[in-house]
Design a protein around this ligand. Structure first.
Ligand code: PLP
Length: 483
C-alpha cells in the first residue's frame, strides 16, 4: 500500500475532514476583501485520509519506543511511561511558579527530597536542581569555579583543563564562561595522561573537568592521583557526570575526589533524551562550593519547605526553579527502583556494553581492549581500509531497522563507532544488533557496494546532512512555491 507523506498531494477540491458544530455565537461578516489572502492553500481531505496521513507520519519517526537506540553518550534507554503519568498529575502539572510557598508544600518537599537523594547518590554535600541541561550544569559549575577562586582572592586562574575525549559541550561551556581551555592528552589505555596533566597543572588553572566514566566508556583507575595532583596545585576537580548510568550506586563522585559534578537527569533518571524536550542538569557540590550554588535551593525547617539563597551564590541561572516535570519523573524513578534497583541499572548497563564488546571485537577494531563501562567504542578502521567508511556502516544499520551508534566521536578514535546499549535492552535485542553488525562487517569485505548505497529501505535515502545544516530550510515546496 502506498503511504502518503504529503498532505497537499492527496487534497481534492471539496473534500472535508470534519463536521463543524452548529453556530452558537452571532455570525459576522468576513474582513474586507483586501485583507484576505487570495489563495489560502489549505489541503482538502476526508477524515480517513487525514488519519492515515498522520499515522503514516508517526511511523516515520524512530525512537526508543520503536527499537534499539544505541547512540553512545546519549543513554537512550527506555523510560517507563508510568513516570510520565506521575509528572502529569494535576497537583504537579497545574502549579504556577508564582504560587505562594504555602500552597506548594508538596512540590517543594519533592524537590527537597530529590536534592537530598542526588546529594547522597553523588557523595556530595548539596545539590541545585536549577540547571536545565547537562551543558547548563557544566556552565553553572564553571561560574562557581570562577567565584570560588575570586572569593579566595586568586584572580590569576583563568584556564580550565579538559581531556581530548571530552564531550563538545565541555569546551563550549568554558568559552561561554569567558575562560581559556587547555587540552590534556589521553594515554595509550584511554585514561588521562598523568605526565601531561602534571606539566599543564600550573597556577593559571582553575579546574580540571573530567568526564567519569569517560566518553570512551572507561573508568580512569588513576582518579585518586588525579584528584590529589589537581588539589595540591590549587585547582578544583569538576565532574561531567552525564555518564552516571555507568556508576549509579557503585561509586560516588564526592568520594572519588570531585568538588562538583553535573548530572543529566534526562539520560539516567527517566526523562527521554533528545527531541528538544525539557532536560535537567542538577549540580552537586562538596562543602567548599555549597555557598556558591545557583539560587534558589529548597530548604526544610520543621517540616515546612521554602526557598533559600546560598550565601555567595552565583545568582540566578534560569527562570524559576528548573524543569519541574523532569524532577518529578526523576523522583518517581528513584522511589520505584529503590537502592537495589539503582545498582542493577549500572550493573546491567555495564554488562550489556561488555557483552557487545566481546561479541564484536573480532569483527571491528577495538582501540582500548579492556573492560568498558556503559558504552564501548570501536573503530571502523579495518573496514575503512576496504573502502567502507564508518558512515556507510551506520547507514546500513538503518536497513536493519536499527538506530546506529554515535559515529566519529570521541574524536581521538578514528572512524569511531560508540555503542551504548543501556540496561533496558534484552539479550535478544543485543544479539540482533550483534548479528546485524557481523553481517555488515562481512558485506564490507565481500559486497561493499551495498554499504556505499545504504540505506535502501528507508523513506528517504542518504541525505546531504552537511548541506542541511548549512542551509536549514524546513519549508515544503510544491512546484517552486513555498508553503
Ligand atoms: C558526556 C556528556 N557531557 C555533556 C552532555 C551535555 O548534556 P546536554 O545535552 O543535556 O546539554 C552530554 C549529552 O549527552 C554528554 O553525553
Amino acid at each position: 500500500m502506498r503511504e502518503h507523506y504529503l498532505l497537499p498531494e492527496i487534497s481534492r477540491p471539496g473534500r472535508i475532514g470534519c463536521t463543524l458544530p452548529s453556530l452558537d455565537v452571532p455570525s459576522s461578516d468576513l474582513p474586507p476583501a483586501d485583507s484576505l489572502r487570495e489563495e489560502l492553500r489549505i489541503p482538502e481531505v476526508s477524515e480517513v485520509d487525514l488519519v492515515r496521513y498522520f499515522t503514516a507520519l508517526s511511523k516515520l519517526n524512530y525512537g526508543v519506543d520503536s527499537g534499539f537506540y544505541p547512540l553512545g553518550s546519549c543513554t537512550m534507554k527506555y523510560n517507563p511511561k508510568w513516570h510520565e503519568d506521575v509528572s502529569r498529575l494535576p497537583g504537579f502539572a497545574a502549579l504556577h511558579p508564582y504560587q505562594p510557598e504555602d500552597s506548594v508544600q508538596g512540590a517543594l518537599e519533592l524537590m527537597y527530597r530529590l536534592q537530598e537523594y542526588l546529594t547522597e547518590v553523588t557523595g556530595t554535600n548539596a545539590t541545585s536542581l536549577v540547571p536545565v541541561a547537562g551543558a547548563h550544569g557544566e556552565l553553572a559549575g564553571l561560574f562557581m569555579v570562577k567565584a570560588y577562586h575570586e572569593d579566595r582572592g586568586d584572580r590569576s586562574r583563568k584556564k580550565i583543563l579538559l581531556t581530548d575525549s571530552s564531550h563538545g559541550t565541555n569546551p563550549a561551556s568554558v568559552a561561554m564562561c569567558g575562560l581559556d581551555t587547555g587540552i590534556v592528552a589521553s594515554d595509550d589505555k584511554g585514561d588521562l595522561d598523568l605526565k601531561s596533566l602534571e606539566s599543564m597543572m600550573t597556577e593559571e588553572v582553575a579546574a580540571l573537568t573530567l568526564t567519569m566514566p569517560s566518553t570512551l566508556g572507561l573508568f580512569d583507575p588513576k582518579i585518586a592521583e588525579i584528584s590529589r595532583l589537581v588539589h595540591e596545585r590549587g585547582g578544583l576537580l569538576g565532574g561531567d557526570g552525564a555518564n552516571l548510568n555507568a556508576i549509579l550506586g557503585q561509586a560516588k563522585f564526592g568520594e572519588l575526589g570531585f568538588d562538583y559534578v553535573q548530572l543529566n537527569l534526562h539520560k539516567t533518571f527517566s526523562t527521554p533524551h533528545g527531541g528538544g524536550g525539557p532536560g535537567s542538569g542538577p549540580l552537586c557540590v562538596r562543602e567548599n562550593l555549597v555557598d556558591f550554588l545557583p539560587t534558589p535551593l529548597v530548604s526544610e525547617d520543621n517540616g515546612r519547605y521554602g526557598f533559600v539563597s546560598p550565601a555567595k551564590t552565583i545568582g540566578k541561572i534560569a527562570g524559576f526553579y528548573g524543569n519541574f516535570s523532569v524532577l518529578v519523573k526523576a523522583y518517581a524513578y528513584a522511589l520505584s527502583l529503590g537502592p537495589d534497583g539503582l545498582k542493577r541499572i549500572s550493573e546491567d548497563a555495564v554488562l550489556n556494553a561488555n557483552y557487545i564488546k566481546e561479541k564484536l571485537k573480532a569483527y571491528y577494531h577495538l582501540p582500548y581492549d579492556r573492560t568498558c563501562m556503559h558504552e564501548v567504542v570501536f573503530s571502523g578502521k579495518k573496514q575503512k581500509a576496504k573502502g567502507v567508511a564508518t558512515l556507510d556502516i551506520a547507514k546500513r544499520l538503518l536497513d536493519y531497522g536499527l538506530h546506529p551508534p554515535t559515529v566519529y566521536f570521541p574524536l581521538i578514535v578514528s572512524e569511531a563507532l560508540m555503542t551504548e546499549p543501556t540496561e533496558t535492552e534484552s539479550r535478544e535485542t543485543l544479539d540482533n544488533y550483534i548479528a546485524s553488525m557481523k553481517e555488515i562487517a562481512k558485506d564490507a569485505e565481500e559486497n561493499p557496494e551495498i554499504l556505499h548505497s545504504a540505506p535502501r529501505n528507508t523513506p528517504v535515502r542518504r541525505l546531504d546532512d552537511a548541506r542541511a545544516f548549512r542551509q536549514l530550510d524546513l519549508r515544503w515546496e510544491m512546484n517552486g512555491q513555498k508553503e
